[in-house]
Design a protein around this ligand. Structure first.
Ligand code: TXA
Ligand code: MG
Length: 313
């Protein structure tokens, strides 16, 4: 990444434009978090309902106090353990944080991403950058610059190239604004990792997440009809498999046709590849995409969550 690309990005942000920024999770669609007309452009570009809050990205932990109040010792522990990294903390918002950023709530989502390009822009810019995933509302998050171009095209002033995202699925969201920390969206930082740092179990109830757009049941979805099947169901299905159906497996199930994709048995590698595989299959004019269900263990929480949403009718 050239220094002049970073400068260009910062200039666009300062003048109220939109910049697509690579992070370690997925690409974000960034705007100056204090400039409301800039933030409005995000909602227009994404066709996102305006009551869905955005995550504000920061360069450094010292900026927490600019955006959040009453930051608990648990929140600080998590921030210090995982930032920069794929964790978003929901905290009580500072008074100036605009309703459009917070979805009208009294809380705000904050995160320091772990990507050299994102960090370079954030450092040079100095302020908070509001950035949802750089896809149209309800669609698959982009994990490459080319995918951002596919999703948003001219609606964005600049797309920074940052290669394929290392993590590949969105950050873990932990609400630390209430009595007890709660996971609102699973990611590669699992409940186990959080518990190890906190020293006690973390809630994972979805009911705690009224406004997390990621918690709408149908989200992150290909346009092609997508289904989930257990290994046994798949075995039966394969006996009479129709044409134009792609099967995405991770086990050693015996499927041999050129539409099928064999994913990694490692949940982190699987997550890394997932959205690109969905995106590629979605372009092929298929009748169906069928994913083999993944294990029920905590390491697979993020992948299982995205597969459930993608296959929700
Ligand atoms: O990994 C990520 O988090 C990526 C990269 C770009 O940082 N961003 C991302 O943003 O996934 P988005 O907008 O697609 O998803 C953010 C989620 C939404 O589901 C939103 O509702 C939730 O965070 N969120 C943001 N602020 C919140 C708040 N104050 N309370 C509850 N949920 C919040
Ligand atoms: Mg999103």
């Amino acid at each position: 990444m050239q220094k002049r690309d970073i400068e260009k990005a910062v200039n666009i942000l300062r003048s109220g434009g939109l910049v697509a920024i690579p992070t370690e999770t997925v690409y974000g669609l960034g705007a100056d978090a204090r400039n409301i007309s800039a933030v409005q452009k995000i909602f227009i570009a994404k066709q996102r309902p305006s009551d869905h809050p955005l995550i504000v990205h920061l360069a450094d932990i010292s900026q927490l106090a600019e955006w959040a109040i009453d930051v608990s010792s648990e929140a600080m522990l998590l921030a210090k353990a995982f930032w920069p990294g794929p964790l978003t903390l929901i905290l009580k918002k500072a008074a100036h944080a605009h309703d459009l950023v917070t979805g009208g709530q009294q809380t705000i989502g904050l995160r320091i991403p772990d990507h050299p390009v994102a960090l370079a822009v954030l450092k040079e810019y100095g302020g908070g950058i509001a950035a949802p995933s750089a896809n149209r509302f309800g669609r698959i998050s982009p994990t490459t610059a080319a995918a951002v171009r596919d999703e948003l095209g001219d609606a964005v002033d600049l797309i920074l190239e940052g290669g394929q995202c290392n993590v590949g699925v969105e950050s873990t969201i932990v609400d630390v604004s209430g009595e007890k920390p709660a996971i609102l969206r699973p990611g590669v930082i699992t409940a186990k990792h959080i518990e190890t740092v906190l020293g006690y179990p973390v809630l994972t109830h979805k009911e705690n997440a009224p406004r997390v757009s990621g918690s709408l049941e149908s989200h992150y979805a290909p346009q092609t009809k997508t289904r989930l099947m257990s290994t046994a169901e798949l075995n039966a299905f394969l006996k009479n498999k129709e044409s134009k159906v792609a099967i995405v497996i991770w086990s050693d199930l015996d499927v041999h046709d050129n539409l099928s994709v064999v994913m990694s048995t490692d949940p982190y590698h699987y997550a890394h590849d997932l959205y690109q595989v969905m995106r590629d299959l979605d372009k092929q004019g298929l009748n169906q995409i069928i994913f083999e269900k993944v294990p029920e263990t905590v390491e697979w929480d993020a992948v299982r969550d995205r597969l459930q949403r993608a296959s929700h009718a």
